[in-house]
Design a protein around this ligand. Structure first.
Ligand code: TMP
Length: 189
């Protein structure tokens, strides 16, 4: 089973990844958790660029794709093949949203990704109003960096809101983490 959490910054994705991983492990399943961008060389470069100066849109898009290809080959595919549950904090839906903001067509990004990236069984979109998201980011980071500007997040939200596949589940992330987790479990059961 391949599960992805998506949503704008501040929606509590990593908390939900951990809560779900713990719950599934208690059922005796092998669970692998990970995130994108990864801690590999491309992902590290992407994270550093948020502080040291933003890359060009094309360079950034290329790096996200390279990072994902390595992630799939090194971790996602082998884990799924041996029967583990894989839970990710962000996947190509984030590329549609965030690189969509930088001028690329989200549907074209999706088409490119579907050529190499396996489709998840479940994608949870954590939804939160912008003010709450910005407050949470402020508390978390001290200051909002360029990635986290209001206008960009609004556009990202719109890309996530337009996703309409059977495997997409929307969950109100304004509730307590425990309530959000309960909603996630109810979708899975
Ligand atoms: P995070 O570690 O807080 O999730 O931050 C990662 C940032 O990278 C976040 O602002 C979203 C951004 N991002 C993209 O722009 N494109 C992508 O494909 C992914 C996975 C993340």
């Amino acid at each position: 089973m391949f599960i992805v959490f998506e949503g704008i910054d501040g929606t509590g994705k990593s908390t939900q990844v951990n809560l779900l991983a713990d719950a599934l492990r208690q059922q005796g399943r092998e669970v692998v958790t990970s995130k994108e961008p990864t801690d590999g060389p491309h992902g590290t470069r992407l994270r550093q660029s948020a502080d040291t100066g933003r890359l060009s849109p094309q360079e950034e898009l290329d790096l996200f794709h390279l990072d994902r290809k390595e992630h799939i080959a090194n971790l996602i595919k082998p884990s799924l093949e041996r029967g583990a549950v894989v839970i990710l904090d962000r996947y190509f839906f984030s590329t549609m949203a965030y690189q969509g903001v930088r001028g690329f067509d989200p549907l074209e990004i999706r088409r490119i990704n579907e050529e190499f990236a396996p489709l998840p069984d479940h994608v949870f979109i954590l939804e939160l109003d912008l003010d709450t998201a910005l407050d949470r980011i402020g508390v978390r980071d001290g200051e909002a960096n360029e990635f986290e500007q209001r206008e960009s997040l609004q556009k990202c939200h719109e890309v996530f809101a337009a996703l309409d596949d059977d495997f997409i589940h929307r969950v109100d992330a304004g509730q307590t983490p425990e309530k959000v987790h309960e909603r996630v479990l109810s979708h899975l059961s």
